[in-house]
Design a protein around this ligand. Structure first.
Ligand SMILES: [Zn+2]
Length: 181
């Protein structure tokens, strides 16, 4: 992921756009309520959130408070743009890469878009099409998928009471390692 200078390190309060119950609504309902212009998005996202979700910027490594320290066993992470649940808590693992990492996402919640040059695969929220980060496959992580969804933490809102399927496996003892450039 590239560090873009326009994303400052300043802490911008996350405006709570949507109520917690939003995660229970359907994708169609969520889409109906989304801003229909970039100016509209600017009114519901912080400047840093806008730079990442709508401008495909990348937060600096280690920027997100959700990196390293937060590996909850319950809950889910929702898109700050639209409220759609994106990742279950137990899908999060410590990759050592500097950004929140997940081995899989909520089924149907994330869309993969290969870069034009074939070098990387972008991931976006399937509901609001906000840029989340990139997915890397086959790196050798001992997870159920050996995929690393490398996500800008600023795109995510942790919802501790969101339901999580019992079959989603946690990866409790994974030793982090540095991802080669
Ligand atoms: Zn979204």
């Amino acid at each position: 992921m590239f560090l873009l200078a326009r994303l400052s390190l300043s802490v911008v309060p996350t405006r709570r756009l949507l109520p917690a119950c939003r995660a229970l609504r359907t994708t169609a309902t969520l889409k109906a309520d989304l801003p229909d212009s970039e100016d509209g998005w600017r009114t519901v996202l912080s400047p840093n959130q806008f730079a990442v979700l709508r401008g495909s910027a990348t937060e600096p490594p280690g920027f997100s408070e959700q990196y390293k320290t937060k590996y909850p066993s319950e809950g889910a992470y929702a898109c700050v743009g639209c409220g759609a649940p994106l990742y279950y808590a137990r899908q999060k693992f410590n990759s050592g890469c500097g950004w929140p990492a997940f081995y899989d996402g909520v089924p149907g919640a994330i869309e993969e878009r290969p870069d034009a040059d074939g070098s990387r695969v972008e991931i976006v929220c399937a509901t609001c099409e906000g840029h989340l980060g990139h997915v890397f496959k086959g790196e050798g992580f001992p997870t159920p998928t050996d995929e690393r969804h490398c996500v800008n933490g600023i795109c995510l809102r942790y919802e501790p009471t969101a339901e999580q399927p019992a079959e989603v496996q946690a990866i409790p003892a994974l030793t982090p390692r540095q991802i080669p450039d």
